[in-house]
Design a protein around this ligand. Structure first.
Ligand code: SF4
Ligand code: SF4
Length: 56
């Protein structure tokens, strides 16, 4: 299990700084989560203004 960022992402960047393991980076048109690093903590979902990070 890991979080993924869906297409609602507006690339605000707020989640990147909140991730304790730096699993989030800017991708092509939206931010992306490295599933191999994600701890499922939910911090990114907590700060996202549009609810784009969701659990797979
Ligand atoms: Fe990072 Fe936690 Fe979001 Fe996974 S759920 S990407 S560990 S902030
Ligand atoms: Fe995208 Fe939400 Fe992260 Fe902002 S906080 S970059 S809208 S996933």
């Amino acid at each position: 299990m890991a979080y993924i960022i869906n297409d609602d992402c507006i690339s605000c960047g707020a989640c990147e700084a909140e991730c304790p393991v730096s699993a989030i980076s800017e991708g092509d048109g939206k931010y992306v989560i490295n599933a191999d690093e994600c701890l499922d903590c939910g911090a990114c979902a907590g700060v996202c203004p549009v609810g784009a990070p969701v659990q797979e």
